[in-house]
Design a protein around this ligand. Structure first.
Ligand code: MRU
Length: 348
């Protein structure tokens, strides 16, 4: 039996602009922004107005395709030159989520097939729309596979927001909870607040409440106590880049959760689309880790919470070694260890 529920989305294509939900302002303000110029797209990604690996890739694809519609050039070489400049601008926005680079490369491959500027403009836009549409189906499939290994009726813990608003729809780590609602199944979700910019408390709680999922907020430091006292059956997280041996970069704090899961003997699942795998790298040590402005740590909503001139280290992601991961759930199926072999087999 299917239940009609409201699953929020954050990206909408409107012919001459991309409309995004401003995730910087949630949950206080529900504001939508129109992105038109390449700098709008760059700024939206850099400043986390749109965030989450798949959503970053989709937004970048639209940005590159939309900008190309307006190049004031007649010659193919000039078109390509401008295209490469825009591609570099977008590629410099955030370094860790590989979906960004995957989407930009996919668009570049598309224009390699074109013989005219007009054809390139049309194909680029079609490709961006296609990337967007594919991601929704991919995430739904990740949700279906996740429901094969999570046990309805239990409590599950997550971090950051690997949800519907971080993708085209449904999310990755949060997809099973949205689908469970549609199927009238029940989960209790514990959401880590996710310092420093609070994607857990600001976004995951908001998103799950919108679709009627039972969600309880904890601070990151409460995870071990919650796991040992609240009967958490599993941890499920998203990913920004997965190396070919299964090492996984995800929001800072994910590694601590994997270590705690190992200590308490509960499964630790990563949910991610095939677009988040980077098979060009052998291990997590090769994943570039973004470091963000110190103000994200020294202040909350503009209010200082540390003495002036405090030294700060603010990595946005950490890498969980594959030895701590129970399984990786993709749209193609569930990958179990040995990851080195099984990732290649599944993604082939
Ligand atoms: O800095 P963010 O908010 O972009 O980080 C997001 C995450 O770490 C997510 O878990 C990951 O991108 C997967 S989103 C489906």
């Amino acid at each position: 039996m299917s239940n009609t529920i409201t699953i929020p989305t954050s990206i909408e294509w409107h012919c001459d602009h991309l409309q995004i939900l401003n995730q910087q302002k949630l949950p206080k303000v529900t504001e939508y922004l129109q992105l038109r110029k390449i700098d709008d797209f760059y700024d939206a990604i850099l400043s986390l107005k749109v965030r989450g690996a798949p959503a970053i890739g989709i937004t970048a694809a639209y940005g590159l395709a939309l900008s190309a519609q307006h190049y004031p050039v007649d010659k193919w070489e000039d078109f390509l030159h401008q295209f490469k400049i825009d591609k570099e601008i977008l590629a410099s926005s955030r370094p860790t989520a590989v979906n960004l680079f995957w989407a930009l490369e996919r668009l570049e491959k598309k224009i390699d097939q074109c013989i005219s500027i007009n054809e390139a403009k049309t194909l680029l836009l079609h490709e961006a729309i296609q990337i967007h549409a594919e991601d929704e189906e991919t995430c739904r499939q990740i949700g279906e596979y996740s429901l094969e290994i999570l046990t309805p009726g239990t409590s599950v813990l997550t971090i950051c927001n690997a949800g519907s608003i971080a993708t085209a729809k449904y999310g990755t780590a949060l997809a099973p909870f949205h689908l469970a609602r549609e199927k009238e199944l029940y989960f209790k979700v514990f959401a880590c607040e996710t310092r420093p910019v609070l994607q857990g408390s600001r976004l995951t709680t908001w998103e799950l409440q919108q679709s009627g999922v039972d969600v309880t907020l904890i601070t990151d430091s409460m995870a071990a106590h919650t796991i040992s006292n609240k009967g958490i059956s599993a941890i499920i997280v998203g990913a920004d880049r997965i190396a070919s041996n299964g090492d996984t970069a995800n929001k800072i704090g994910t590694l601590s959760l994997a270590i705690i899961a190992d200590h308490y003997g509960i499964p630790f699942y990563v949910a991610a689309p095939s677009t988040t795998f980077d098979l060009t790298i052998g291990s997590g040590s090769e994943i570039p880790i973004e470091e963000r402005p110190i103000e994200e740590v020294t202040s909350i909503e503009g209010v200082n919470i540390a003495p002036e001139d405090t030294e700060v280290f603010n990595p946005a992601f950490d890498v969980t070694p594959s030895s701590l991961i129970t399984a990786i759930i993709t749209e193609k199926g569930i990958i179990h260890p040995d990851f080195n072999q099984n990732i290649k087999k599944m993604l082939r």
